[in-house]
Design a protein around this ligand. Structure first.
Ligand code: SF4
Length: 392
């Protein structure tokens, strides 16, 4: 595949929780979230299934599911329809890796969880008719205002903070955000710092819009729920910090900073960053001991290729002289890459080509092993450097 071009930067006029959280670690990552051409990179399968969960739970929260078995079937159909749509719009590599959305690992498990959650929230989302229409039913009234606001965008009074809240229920005085993934094992409180910051900004937005709310909850796809109380001053302080970050970002952009000059590479900051394939500061800085956090990412020149044919498909094994990245330097073998994965760019990497292998699979419990595999679940990608776009 050909590397995407880093985003062209511009000043922002409001800041969202996701930009704020990304920008605290690395302003280049935040800039990609805001200005990057997302379709040029394959999304993780987890994010595709996460969007399906959100669509089904949103329908439940709008009271759009019937009681009992009928509602379960409606939720399954809604999940499948969203998956089909997301899959049809997905990057070609996703469609080369999986023949259909149902082939995505854990599809049926994630669907079952989403259905349970959607049906559960639907029973709370009064009123419902026995056979609700596809459209949005009227929300329950509370104190003369809508009690349940679903997927509603809010802006602070000064217009600088913005956010789309999954569910704001003024009847019970709570905002809720749904996450498709599990809580991190390293977070004993059940909420990551990023999640606490996001919830604080949501409470700030709720208060600024006249909703007297101090409870905030994260509900995960597996049904786990973690609630915290957030005071108005905690929310206001977080919002002030977000405004300061926005001002700093805009100052850097006005001063002519590029994507690369905003980058702040470190093992912690770059872990899970979608920009790794094209982020030059990452490749210049990453070290083998970043592998545990950032995954196995290798850049080098191909010194040998071997093809085998298996069940009618060509699989290529590449030997790479790794010169930089978050893994061992020197000779690495990347086994049995489907030719279909390598054929999505303007040329298939060949002997002498420089490539980047991002998120390869390797047992980190045996750190000296020099044989890597490509992995559909880990979202391994192979990028052809011979036609690298100009860096900004
Ligand atoms: S890879 Fe690292 S340095 Fe580059 S944008 Fe992402 S977080 Fe920033």
């Amino acid at each position: 595949m050909d590397l995407p071009t880093p985003p062209t930067l511009a000043k922002i006029d409001k800041i969202s929780p996701s930009f704020y959280n990304a920008g605290l670690l690395c302003k280049a990552k935040a800039a990609w979230q805001k200005f990057g051409v997302r379709q040029s990179m394959p999304a993780s399968t987890g994010s595709i299934l996460g969007s399906c969960l959100h669509a089904v739970v949103e329908r439940g929260n709008r009271g759009g599911l019937s009681p009992g078995r009928e509602g379960i079937e409606q939720a399954k159909i809604a999940f499948d329809a969203e998956a089909k749509l997301r899959f049809s719009e997905a990057h070609p590599l996703i469609r080369a890796k999986f023949a259909s959305p149902e082939k995505i690992p854990f599809y049926f498990q994630r669907r079952a969880r989403a259905v349970v959650l959607a049906v559960q929230v639907s029973t709370e989302g009064e009123p419902r008719s026995p056979s609700p229409p596809q459209g949005d039913p009227a929300p329950r009234a509370f104190g003369g205002r809508s009690s349940r606001l679903v997927e509603q965008s809010f802006t602070s009074r000064d217009g600088l903070i913005t956010g789309r809240i999954d569910l704001l229920d003024s009847g019970v005085g709570k905002v809720t955000d749904y996450k498709s993934g599990h809580a991190s094992k390293n977070v004993p409180s059940g909420l990551a710092d990023t999640e606490v910051r996001q919830l604080r900004l949501y409470i700030h937005l709720a208060l600024e819009n006249g909703y007297n709310i101090t409870r905030a909850t994260i509900v995960r796809g597996d049904g786990n729920e973690c609630e915290i109380q957030i005071s108005a001053s905690q929310a206001a302080d977080e919002a002030q910090a977000a405004r300061a970050l926005m001002e700093q970002f805009n100052g850097l952009v006005s001063g002519g900073c590029s994507f690369s000059s905003l980058a702040n590479p470190s093992a912690k900051n770059c872990a899970g960053c979608p920009c790794i394939p094209f982020c030059e500061p990452f490749w210049k800085t990453a070290q083998p001991d970043w592998e545990e956090l950032c995954g196995t990412n290798a850049e080098g020149e191909i010194s040998e290729t071997k093809d085998i044919s298996l069940a009618g498909a060509t699989l290529k094994t590449l030997t790479l002289d790794c010169r930089q990245g978050s893994t061992l330097r020197g000779q690495l073998t990347i086994e049995q890459i489907p030719l279909a994965w390598l054929s999505l760019g303007s040329s298939v990497p060949a002997l002498g080509s420089a490539v980047r292998i991002v998120l390869a699979a390797r047992s980190t419990s045996a750190p000296q092993i020099r044989v890597l595999q490509v992995d559909r679940i880990k979202s391994t990608t192979i990028w052809n450097l011979s036609i690298a776009p100009p860096q900004q």
